[in-house]
Design a protein around this ligand. Structure first.
Ligand code: ZN
Length: 441
């Protein structure tokens, strides 16, 4: 409890760490505590407690699942945990708990199942972090609307006398919730980016009329065009919590930048593009106790921004989250293939592709781009002026390719985006087809 209160105070009232040295000190304390109090309780990690981090096994979702029974410090077996969470998913009317450990299941973008577990103290810490950073006024009763795929005590923890909490199950569809949402009129609206976009559409159309003071996008990547639509509809900037089952990885600061949560998580970098410094994070969660996340590589690609932030925090700024490493677009360099020159591939930030559509001279309502290996870029446009839009997008992409020193791959265009499938229409999982830029290898 004391730790949760400290977290709330630190997040809300203390200045953020202003130097790299201050962050390093906080992290050194975190590592010392992990080695002293957490690793010895994990059969998997106990032998590594006094080993340098470089010797710790590198983890990912598959390996964490494989060794779940030995890694967790609560003596849970993977089989009982899986059984209980699957049962809960199917019935949707109870929260899977073993003792005071709450369990959850994630499907993730890869479709691979991941289990997560948290005890009461960890859930309090999460709530303290959220309240510290995002509740508009702690002394006034807040109404929080939370759209999520499945109920989980992690979020229930936020329920207290000062917070009236509405949970909206994404599997029931978004439209079904609109009357209740209007009735609740939340002061804080928390939902995945794509759900916020749909709610923004309902608000603009007049079906939804709420006035949240704080709008928070969780869990998935928030694209610039969605951010604009949400900001317009609710007349509020959208704050972002970049979190996955592995933890809260980044949060928007008061100046509106996304910073890595380096107070509580250590980020190693597996650099995938030296020019931009884009990297896949290798995280060690310094606070997690029940299911330690140590030296764990994520597939998301983060693009760092080295310029200092107006908020004064020295925590790394993130320009954008590119999504999965699998969805990174590469084109051939200009000279590749010519005799006597080096052949090579150049990384094309998804932002550049989006920009080519956003700045087209013809109106484009929506679009998809699919890069097929390095050979073809297939573009689908939803536009009343298809021919003009194609010409304009092609010209923009050609200019972008020249600026990058890349060869624009052959383009193919088609008109009209197929309607979402039943599952996608419900706004549940961020299915790959809903992503605007995808890559087929
Ligand atoms: Zn900042």
């Amino acid at each position: 409890m004391i730790e949760a209160i400290n977290t709330l105070i630190a997040t809300r009232y203390l200045p953020p760490p202003r130097t790299r040295a201050a962050i390093d000190r906080l992290q050194a304390q975190g590592f010392a505590r992990l080695r002293r109090t957490v690793m010895p309780r994990s059969p998997f990690y106990a032998p590594f407690a006094d080993q340098p981090v470089a010797r710790w096994p590198q983890m990912n979702k598959a390996r964490l699942m494989e060794h779940f029974s030995q890694i967790n410090t609560a003596g849970l077996t993977r089989e009982e945990a899986l059984h209980l969470t699957l049962q809960a998913e199917a019935s949707r009317d109870f929260t899977p708990m073993i003792g005071d450990v709450a369990l959850g299941l994630s499907t993730g973008t890869s479709g691979q199942r991941g289990l997560f577990a948290s005890n009461r103290a960890e859930r309090r810490l999460w709530a303290a972090l959220m309240m510290g950073r995002f509740m508009p006024q702690l002394w006034r009763r807040q109404r929080v609307a939370f759209f999520l795929r499945a109920n989980n005590p992690l979020y229930e923890t936020v329920r207290n006398p000062l917070i009236a909490f509405g949970f909206y199950d994404l599997l029931r569809g978004i439209d079904a919730h609109i009357p209740a949402l209007n009735h609740q009129n939340p002061t804080v609206l928390i939902a995945p980016a794509q759900v916020l976009t749909r709610l923004a559409g309902a608000q603009t159309a007049g079906h939804l009329h709420i006035a949240p003071q704080q709008v928070i996008s969780v869990a998935e990547v928030l694209s610039p065009e969605d951010e604009i639509a949400i900001t317009r509809a609710f007349e509020r900037p959208v704050a972002q919590i970049y979190q996955c089952t592995e933890g809260v990885l980044a949060l928007t600061c008061k100046a509106g930048s996304l910073h890595l949560n380096e107070r509580y998580v250590h980020f190693g970098r597996d650099v995938v593009d030296t020019a931009t410094g884009a990297f896949c994070p290798i995280i060690t969660d310094l606070r997690r106790q029940t299911l330690p996340i140590l030296n764990y590589r994520l597939d998301d690609v983060l693009v760092p921004d080295p310029t200092p932030c107006a908020c004064g925090s020295a925590a790394t700024r993130i320009t954008r989250i590119e999504g999965r490493a699998d969805d990174m677009v590469y084109w051939h360099t200009r000279n590749s293939g010519t005799a006597g020159t080096e052949t090579g591939l150049i990384y094309v930030p998804a932002d550049i592709l989006r920009q080519a559509v956003a700045t087209a001279t013809a109106p484009i309502d929506d679009y998809r781009m699919q890069q097929i290996r390095q050979d073809t870029l297939h573009i689908t446009l939803d536009t009343p002026a298809f021919n003009a839009a194609c010409v304009s997008v092609q010209a923009n992409l050609q200019r972008a390719a020249e600026a990058l020193g890349a060869q624009l791959p052959p383009l193919t265009f088609s008109h009209g985006i197929p309607p979402p499938t039943q599952d996608q229409a419900r706004g549940g999982d961020p299915a790959p087809k809903r992503r605007r830029v995808t890559v087929q290898r």
